[in-house]
Design a protein around this ligand. Sequence first.
Ligand code: SAM
Length: 230
Amino acid sequence: MAQYDGFAEQYRDMVRKGGPEASFRYIMTQLTRLDDMRGKTICDVGCGQGELSRRLAFAGARVTGVDLSADQLAIASSDIAGVRWVQDDAMSLGSLPDESFDYVVSSVMLMDVPDHRQVFRASHRIMKPNGMMIWVIMHPCFQSPYSHPLGDGSRKVLDYREQFWKSHGTGTIRSTLGAHHRSLSAYINDFLNAGFSLIRTDELERLDQSVDVLPAHFAAIGRKVESFGK
Ligand SMILES: C[S@@+](CC[C@H](N)C(=O)[O-])C[C@H]1O[C@@H](n2cnc3c(N)ncnc32)[C@H](O)[C@@H]1O
């Protein structure tokens, strides 16, 4: 059973409340600035309930939404022209052929996988030469395991070490499934080591500034180059 099975209803509420909205908007804005999406092949890795995939398809792209969770895909897979839903592991993407996508996008999912480097490598493999990847994660500097909002728009961060963590409480996605906390440099260096050149990075403001005024997400865009390992 995949991690998010059993949590799809809770995740749907988070999407409806705008949790990943900043990530969706960032990816859409960057892609449509870079290119005309019509006819482009895009893989949405860890697509969840498919909101980003749907927006990309609406812009004219041919989208493959990949997720490990049958429950998430069951919500995603309402029929929509231009999106193919695939149940697969983002750390291998074994059902997808080499060099078949113009773009790979990944919205707030890398913290969920035990090895983000495998996701970078698998994404690199399925991308056409010169293809681009955009990934967005919860900002590891501020959304860290021991980061406490102080109520005045700031936070106190007590620990930044890499670790698997679970939030306090019970029954929520993060208190049950946990997440992998990694440093910003680990993400960036591992992206470069997987065979990408860095085009730009951005820190995305929280859309709802009720908790704090710090960036909630970190985003990176890279172009596929030959992997160091080849
Ligand atoms: C926080 S949700 C993000 C979903 C979506 N990208 C969004 O922005 O709303 C993380 C998603 O990653 C998926 N996921 C976690 N591990 C995965 C893996 N190894 N392979 C594929 N999907 C995975 C989960 O099932 C979940 O749907």
